[in-house]
Design a protein around this ligand. Structure first.
Ligand SMILES: *Cc1c(COP(=O)(O)O)cnc(C)c1O
Length: 400
């Protein structure tokens, strides 16, 4: 009787309505920065925001035109198919063959997504059981960990350390964790460190995944954003087979399309079928006009992507040479629009972030927001104009 009453009370007290799984999420470390930023903006300060991982430039016109046309066709106004338009899946398979030399079955080995985050986040619901371990990079994209929690899995950190070029040291993962592992998340070119993986590293990963029988999920959101002729590999260029592996691609960063919500998963058909099952119970596909736009982007966007990368490459060079002049030792990333910066002696990630915001009106992202092993770093994004990057450097030079 008593428990029934207390349950009832619990249910009507809306301030405690959050589920336990929501309560488990780490505190949002960027909330305090957002608050400070808004306060300074209200005071009329000229804030330079190096914090956001969202392209500042617009989606190219040829893609917008494709949307305009497709939006006018009533066929595109209805529920989309769960698996996406066959034309979209075919285009993805063709693009993959051209870009990576890998053959995909468009009906079984390709799954369109409402942005890659959607698929990355739903994947544990599709394949992870309670008590299963999920190996997650630390620092890393926060979704890997929260999605693991939502599915009742246990995230186990793989530290990304500078002495290992920010690749997880597979040999140092505990045997007990490997035995319980159902899934490993990887992300190269990497957010937040800007590091790139070698084919040799992927080879090692696949060997360990085969030995212990876990699935590898490679998040390739930045594979098309590379510099100086560097070409980021697909994990399938190494694996030969698609056993136990899925790879997530996104049009968001590649084509300045973050708001459009479109990406795709490729790889093992059994894993993709499980993911599609979760999705068919939760969403009803991607607006077809957006799928037609994505088809246009993948078919016709090659030259545009090269020009877009050249813009980021110039920005990167300005920021890195400026930081080096100041005496901050920073590596030039070969890919991504992030620069991962060790904080000078005497600072923590948070203290440097606060100082830059308060005294130079620069917003950066503290590394510890991406996990404990991000402590001692800040991340800057190349998503602002060259002149503003130069201004940001000048402001840091003027700091005492
Ligand atoms: C931006 C980003 C994504 C998500 O991209 P969407 O396709 O827009 O959902 C996935 N992974 C990483 C590491 C990212 O930085």
């Amino acid at each position: 009787m008593k428990t029934i009453i207390s349950n009832k009370k619990n249910k009507t007290d809306v301030s405690t309505v959050a589920s336990e799984r929501i309560g488990k999420l780490p505190p949002y470390l960027f909330a305090e920065i957002d608050r400070l930023k808004r306060e300074l903006l209200k005071k009329g300060k000229d804030i330079i925001d190096l914090g956001v991982g969202d392209p500042d430039l617009p989606t190219p016109k040829f893609i917008i035109e494709a949307l305009r046309e497709a939006a006018g066709d009533p066929k595109n106004h209805r529920y989309a198919l769960d698996q996406g338009l066959p034309e979209f899946r075919n285009t993805i398979a063709e693009w993959f063959q051209n870009r990576y030399g890998i053959k995909l079955d468009p009906n079984r080995e390709v799954l369109p997504l409402i942005g890659s985050k959607e698929g990355i986040g739903h994947l544990p619901l599709a394949i992870v059981n309670p008590r299963d371990v999920v190996l997650v990079p630390n620092p890393g994209y926060p979704v890997y960990q929260s999605a693991t929690w939502f599915a009742g899995g246990t995230p186990v950190s793989m530290p990304l350390l500078p002495e290992n070029q920010f690749l997880p040291d597979l040999g140092s993962i505990k045997e007990s964790a490997l035995k319980r592992a159902k899934l490993m998340y990887l992300n190269y070119p990497n957010n937040p460190t800007g590091a790139c993986a070698t084919k040799q590293f992927f080879k090692e990963v696949l060997r360990v995944s085969k030995q212990y029988g876990f699935v590898v999920c490679h998040d390739a959101a930045y594979n098309e954003m590379t510099y100086e002729g560097y070409r980021a590999p697909s994990i399938f260029e190494v694996s030969g087979t698609k056993e136990r592996v899925v790879e997530f691609h996104s049009l968001s960063k590649t084509f300045n399309m973050t708001g459009w919500r479109v990406g795709f998963a490729v790889g093992n058909e059994h894993i993709l079928r499980c993911l599609a099952k979760v999705k068919s119970n939760l969403d009803s596909g991607i607006f077809q006009a957006i799928q037609w736009s994505a088809i246009t982007a993948l078919r016709d966007g090659g030259d545009w992507v090269k020009k877009n990368c050249a813009i980021y490459e110039r920005r990167r060079d300005i920021l890195i040479s400026g930081l080096n002049e100041i005496g901050w030792k920073v590596e030039k990333p070969k890919a991504t629009f992030y620069v991962w910066i060790p904080v000078p002696a005497g600072y923590t990630s948070s203290r440097l972030t606060a100082k830059l915001l308060e005294e130079a009106n620069l917003v950066v992202t503290p590394g510890n927001g991406f996990g404990t092993y991000g402590e001692g770093y800040i991340r800057m994004s190349l998503t602002i104009h060259e002149s503003r990057l130069s201004e940001a450097i000048q402001r840091i030079k003027n700091l005492r």
